[in-house]
Design a protein around this ligand. Structure first.
Ligand code: SF4
Ligand code: SF4
Length: 144
């Protein structure tokens, strides 16, 4: 779940009585239940970015920056998401899920589209680091 979002899904116990929101039905993938965002301190030094390079090298880990700061975007399915986009713990779902407004959600604009920077690979982040730090490729000397 996006830390800034939550989702209005149907109570699994009342699925037959409650209509799934039309927009969420069109989403198909329940995009907002398939990842979490974790805010991180704004990276500043070469060491900071070197650490991010390690993190983004892992499958399912992306890094982005938007108006609210820097985040890890971690692709991971919520274990409570059931077939048809139904939340299995609807009545007890976390607060972040309750606050969600799907008037404008990740279906309308992806995190990547909404971000100032979005790094999905080591290569992309390294390219940014080389622009940001003139002597980026010589940084290993700090560890000698
Ligand atoms: S991304 Fe939007 S449309 Fe898709 S399930 Fe979440 S709230 Fe519904
Ligand atoms: S708890 Fe329910 S609403 Fe929240 S992310 Fe998981 S499936 Fe989605």
């Amino acid at each position: 779940m996006n830390a800034k979002n939550s989702i209005e899904l149907v109570d699994v116990e009342k699925t037959s009585k409650v209509d799934i929101d039309q927009k969420c039905t069109s989403c198909k993938k329940s995009i907002c239940c398939n990842s979490i965002n974790q805010k991180i301190p704004a990276p500043k030094s070469k060491e900071d970015f070197d650490h991010l390079l390690w993190q983004v090298s892992h499958e399912g880990i992306n890094i982005f920056k938007d108006a609210d700061g820097w985040f890890l975007h971690i692709l991971t399915n919520c274990s409570h998401l059931l077939e048809g986009g139904v939340c299995g713990i609807y009545k007890k779902r976390p607060w972040v899920c309750r606050e969600y407004d799907n008037d404008f959600c990740e279906l309308d604009e992806s995190i990547e589209e909404a971000s100032e920077f979005y790094f999905s690979t080591h290569k992309k982040l390294q390219k940014y680091c080389r622009k940001r730090f003139k002597k980026w490729d010589k940084r290993f000397k700090i560890y000698d």
